[in-house]
Design a protein around this ligand. Structure first.
Ligand SMILES: C[C@@]1(CC(=O)O)c2cc3[nH]c(cc4nc(cc5[nH]c(cc(n2)[C@H]1CCC(=O)O)[C@@](C)(CC(=O)O)[C@@H]5CCC(=O)O)C(CC(=O)O)=C4CCC(=O)O)c(CCC(=O)O)c3CC(=O)O
Ligand SMILES: NC(=O)C1=CN([C@@H]2O[C@H](COP(=O)(O)OP(=O)(O)OC[C@H]3O[C@@H](n4cnc5c(N)ncnc54)[C@H](O)[C@@H]3O)[C@@H](O)[C@H]2O)C=CC1
Length: 216
């Protein structure tokens, strides 16, 4: 398995099925910013129905047809019928889509990891289909270890990095500075992160390090 972060804005994503699993996949897609989710199922969970009513997803409330796979970038076969899921996957592959089959890990082109989000920080855990329960358990451990403070930490690091790219010309100094900043950022308070003061302090730390002969 090869991990990537996909930008889903503007992409057509087809989900076939409207049960508990289709709902979980849909919510994860919407959380990731997907805005082209099309779901096909004669029956929907109440939550999926609510998402359809508010326009977050497009729904065709009928059984799947072959042409539904057309134009899909990602396709989820998430019905409760194994044979139908295989047919949907065949159609999807023919249409050039990456296919996830809810009841067939080894036949799928991609799998969904368990995910923790802290703003722009995204932690994903996969056991490559061997144990979804283990992935979910480790996710719980990561949630404890990486609290809500990481959302602000990533924001301040993004701002600092932009500024450092603009004003710190020496790449070695910039890299060292950003490594130091990444270690500090989760433990900083709001107000300690005024950019120019932070940059200056980090530059001073590095300069002192160099003078001590510690220039790695
Ligand atoms: C291959 C994969 C394909 C995919 O769906 O992408 C897949 C496949 C299957 N899952 C099954 C069962 C369960 N799945 C979960 C939970 C999750 N499953 C997820 C991912 C994946 N599941 C992909 C690889 C994950 C990996 O190992 O890395 C998570 C992480 C993310 C998500 O779904 O978005 C989400 C946790 C999210 C969270 O907690 O945050 C639980 C636990 C629970 O429900 O509490 C159980 C019961 C316990 C158990 O089996 O471990 C079955 C058997 C169905 C049956 O028995 O009928 C299959 C089919 C098969 O194995 O062929
Ligand atoms: N990947 C995963 O994480 C997991 C996968 N599964 C598997 O996922 C599958 C779905 O599970 P649930 O969502 O719990 O089932 P469910 O019974 O809640 O939902 C099944 C859905 O399929 C729809 N459906 C049936 N025939 C259809 C058709 N011809 N066209 C379109 N939609 C159709 C139904 O309307 C219903 O909404 C099962 O095969 C199960 O083994 C189960 C647990 C975890």
């Amino acid at each position: 398995m090869y991990p990537v972060m996909l930008q889903l804005r503007g992409e057509k994503i087809v989900i076939v099925g409207g049960g508990r699993i289709a709902e979980r996949k849909t919510l994860a897609l919407l959380e990731a910013g997907a805005d082209g989710v099309v779901l096909i199922s004669p029956v929907l969970t109440p939550h999926l129905q609510a998402l359809a009513n508010e326009g977050a997803i497009q729904v065709h409330a009928r059984p799947y047809r072959t042409e539904d796979a057309g134009g899909a970038r990602l396709l989820f076969a998430a019905t409760d019928e194994a044979l139908l899921n295989q047919e949907i996957a065949d159609d999807g592959r023919r249409a050039g889509a990456w296919v996830n089959i809810a009841d067939d890990a080894s036949g799928s082109a991609f799998a969904n990891p368990a995910v923790v989000r802290r703003g722009d920080l995204l932690l994903a855990v996969s056991a490559s289909g061997a144990s979804p329960a283990l992935a979910a358990r480790i996710k719980g451990e990561l949630e404890q270890a990486y609290g809500e403070e990481y959302e602000a930490a990533v924001q301040r690091l993004r701002r600092l990095r932009e500024r450092a790219k603009a004003v710190v010309e020496d790449p070695n100094e910039r890299h060292e500075l950003l490594r130091l900043a990444a270690a500090e950022a989760p433990h900083m308070q709001e107000g300690d992160d005024e950019l120019d003061a932070w940059l200056e302090r980090l530059q001073k730390l590095i300069t002192e390090g160099f003078h001590n002969g510690n220039d790695k």
